[in-house]
Design a protein around this ligand. Sequence first.
Ligand code: ZN
Length: 178
Amino acid sequence: MDATDHLKASLAVAVGLSNLFGAEMRQGRAANAPTAEAIREVLLLTTNRLPEVIVDDYAAGGRLLYDAFSSLPDVDPAVDLVNRLLIDTQAAPRLTRREGTPWHLHFGSPDEARGWLAEFATAAAMLLGSDEKERLRKCEAARCDNLFLDSTRNRTQRFCSTACQNRTKVAAHRARTA
Ligand SMILES: [Zn+2]
């Protein structure tokens, strides 16, 4: 595992969490209010060690991350917000491990929501401080506010999901044949 792999995974989770709290429309439908189960599902992408999830503990941070990410390509407001989250969550590097597992660089305790948000704030800060920030974009489909990280080599991804890509194709086809 590369030194930064863990942070990259955290960044993907940060984007997923931000969509839960910030996107009003998702893949053509009004977004559901975030549930503990939906948050767990997102967090489980990087860990199998989860504290009990209380929605309110993630709400302000999730919302802030969405506002920060969605202000791109304007970087300055995103930086202000992410710096605020770094301070609020007291993000600081530390090596932690569970018995029998390798040491792991974390930026907050994985046993509490604030620790997770510290991790996400750090991942977001890493993105904002690099030219990779161009990879973070909003889905171009109608009725979808999801943000996504473009994983294509030439940065041509336009949609958050194949669902949105297909929906857009069908709509364009209908418009042509109407
Ligand atoms: Zn979408």
